[in-house]
Design a protein around this ligand. Structure first.
Ligand code: PMP
Length: 281
């Protein structure tokens, strides 16, 4: 297959990363995962904008325009005859002799390729389980950094417990999942952590917020406690690849009546309409 590599589309075998790429050695880079439905990217502009915002936060200048990156993606989708899959897009600082100091002149390494991935339709219906664990990541969670060791270690706690996700808290306040944003429904109102340095402001999260605004459904971007989460009427996760997944059990205890709730299912329907609207045939 073909991949995006430094401004071009090349055969996958031609895209080779240098041993002194700072992405490889320092995790010095940022990324995006973009959902492709029926060969069409969903919320592409929002993802590209966030890629540039993440890059700026790490003092990286992307040597391509947003339009150039968009064109590369569209071109790749065409050449690969994409259907429903995920696009991984990563830009790392580039190649220089190893030194912590950010080099003044360096040319970033851009890669992009399609990964297989079907929609999690079963999970969307049945819901999944989660564990709660302390958020031991850093304080720049708003940057979509490729340094993901904190997230990887948190996810291990979930998979070790036979669960889908690790829900994180800082000092008893729920932040987000290891690779998802988390939402609580209590008495018909939705709650999610504010978009600050303690969470990644998910594109799916932002899409859900716009759906709530449009449909005049009550919500608050406010932190809530572990105890509130345990006593929630409904919980669900959002992310690009997971979309909207009900969480029906936390640390072995049922949430609500242990099945996906009405508000969650209503949002799934509204989200489905967004996908259809943007990427339908
Ligand atoms: N939070 C974290 C920590 C994530 O890694 C992700 C997905 N990569 C999200 C939230 C969800 O973001 P999005 O909806 O943009 O995929």
């Amino acid at each position: 297959g073909k991949v995006i590599f430094n401004g071009h589309i090349v055969d996958r075998e031609k895209a080779i990363i240098h041993i002194e790429d700072r992405g490889f050695q320092f995790g010095d880079g940022v990324y995006e995962v973009i959902r492709i439905y029926n060969g069409k990217p969903f919320t592409l502009k929002e993802h590209i904008d966030r890629l540039y915002a993440s890059a700026q936060k790490i003092y990286m200048e992307i040597p391509y325009s947003k339009q150039e990156i968009t064109d590369l993606i569209i071109n790749l989708l065409e050449q690969e005859n994409a259907s429903t899959c995920n696009l991984y897009l990563q830009i790392s600082r580039g190649v220089v002799p190893r030194n912590h100091v950010i080099p003044e002149t360096v040319s970033p390494t851009l890669i992009g390729y399609l990964m297989p991935g079907t929609r999690p339709v079963d999970l969307m219906k049945t819901g999944g389980k989660a564990v709660i664990t302390e958020d031991l990541r850093w304080h720049y969670c708003d940057i979509k950094s490729i340094s993901l060791l904190g997230a990887v270690l948190a996810k291990k706690k979930a998979t070790d417990a036979g669960c889908l996700e690790a829900i994180l808290h800082r000092d008893g306040i729920i932040t987000e999942g290891s690779s998802t944003n988390i939402w609580m429904v209590q008495n018909g109102k939705l709650f999610t952590h504010p978009a600050n340095q303690f969470i990644l402001n998910g594109i799916t999260r932002q899409k859900v917020i716009s759906l709530l605004d449009f449909n005049q459904l009550p919500y608050e971007e406010t932190g809530f406690t572990v105890e509130q989460l345990q006593n929630a009427d409904e919980l669900f996760l959002t992310s690009t690849t997971m979309e909207i997944i009900p969480i029906v059990e936390v640390d072995g205890v049922k949430i609500g009546n242990g099945t996906p709730g009405d508000v969650t299912r209503k949002l799934q329907t509204l989200f489905e309409q967004e996908i259809e609207h943007e990427c339908g045939h």
